[in-house]
Design a binder for this molecule. Structure first.
Ligand code: DAH
Length: 369
């Protein structure tokens, strides 16, 4: 039996000789140095430090060496692998920094660059105004009422005491749906909502009804075939004209400023008796421009007063048409144009600006909801 082969020289095992190990390290170092990005470094790591890399394979050879040679070979290969490992770690750090810098550069946002903004819309001031008006009356206990825009001729006219031969019927130039015989019109006013509210609700009735109305007018600076009105109606046991006046004073104050003075001028509407035109004192000059040519007022044309709407005590014929006992109940009603209210409030001089829906006009009223 022979003794251990103490003369075995590990340098003779090709994979473990000095020059060979150095060559493996040099190759690994070259590949690591040349890796231009983290992907390339990953490939270099696999090739030169992975399980099948030359150094790993050399490492496996050590196991077959006689004990005396193991330590020396182990140290040599171990140190070689450690150098490669170290080079990998260092290169990894350098490439990560480079990657982060390029990501930052790529994703940089120049906040000073001009952009195309997506412009936001705005609510139409008519909508805002109608909502505001409804709120004023809801706060006083009114309900918001509605009716159809294609309305029965009877409701739009007859029930409101405007019979077929009444001149008021032709005063409001009417769009007929289908034919004049159809009995259906595009409502010329919000007053038919009075009839619908009285027919549909138990007494007492307090309603406010903003809505769209139609007349066969050409669009110009002061007319539009489609416009908006707001109708108010209160029917109760002890309603008087003083209630009407007080209600309108409050409404005017909210629309045109606290303390604004209102005036009722005798007038005629078929559905009210007595009837009145409602004027508000000019909220700009408060009447001071009247008779003072040196200080003209554009808002009221130096009239001192601005015509705002119509009103009166509900004609008993209207209450009767809605089946209401006029010996116990009476009421007041009023109606005004929303476009007109907007024009007065905001100094709009051309109706077409309101109708056209150009956002440059609308936006001036802000985003108020
Ligand atoms: N409906 C009328 C119009 O369009 C306005 C009006 C006047 C309504 C007097 C009323 C009222 O309720 O009492 O000209």
């Amino acid at each position: 039996m022979s003794g251990p082969n103490t003369s075995f020289d590990p340098k003779q095992v090709v994979a473990l000789n000095d020059a060979e190990v150095e060559a493996m390290v040099a190759q690994a170092m070259g590949a690591i140095e040349q890796a231009a990005d983290l992907e390339a470094l990953k490939a270099a790591r696999l090739a030169h430090a992975g399980d099948r890399s030359p150094l790993a394979l050399a490492n496996r050879e050590i196991g077959a060496l006689p004990p005396a040679a193991k330590a020396d070979a182990g140290r040599r290969v171990g140190q070689a692998r450690a150098r490669v490992q170290q080079a990998l770690v260092e290169r990894q750090a350098v490439l990560e920094i480079a990657r982060d810098a390029s990501v930052l550069a790529l994703e940089a946002v120049d906040v000073t660059m001009p952009t195309d903004r997506t412009s936001s819309g705005a609510r139409h001031p008519l909508t805002t105004l109608m909502d505001r008006i409804a709120d004023v009356f809801v706060a006083m206990g009114y309900e918001v009422a509605e009716g159809p825009e294609a309305e029965a001729e009877w409701v739009n006219f007859d029930a409101l005491n405007v019979p077929a031969d009444h001149p008021a019927r032709s005063m409001q130039d009417t769009f007929f749906v289908e034919s004049p015989e159809s009995g259906v019109v595009l409502r010329t006013q919000t007053s038919p909502i009075q009839i619908r509210a009285l027919l549909a609700r138990p007494l007492p009735v307090y309603v406010i009804a903003p809505g769209r109305v139609y007349r066969t007018d050409e669009l110009d600076a002061t007319h539009t075939p489609v416009f908006h009105q707001v109708e108010g109606l209160a029917v109760d046991r002890d309603i008087t004209m003083a209630d009407l006046k007080g209600t309108l004073d409050h409404f005017a104050a909210v629309m045109f400023g606290p303390g604004i003075v209102t005036r009722l001028r005798p007038s005629y509407f078929p559905f009210t008796e007595p009837s009145a035109e409602l004027d508000v004192q000019c909220f700009v000059c408060r009447g001071a421009s009247v008779g003072d040519p040196a200080n003209p007022c554009r808002t009221c044309g130096s009239e001192g007063w601005i015509e705002w709407g119509g009103c009166g005590m509900v004609n008993p014929k209207v209450l009767t048409a809605a089946g209401i006992d006029t010996s116990s109940y009476r009421g007041f009603a009023f109606g005004m144009g929303i476009e007109r209210t907007l024009m007065i409030r905001s100094g709009v001089t051309d109706m077409r600006d309101i109708v056209e829906g150009d956002v440059r006009f609308t936006r001036a009223y802000g985003m108020e909801s």
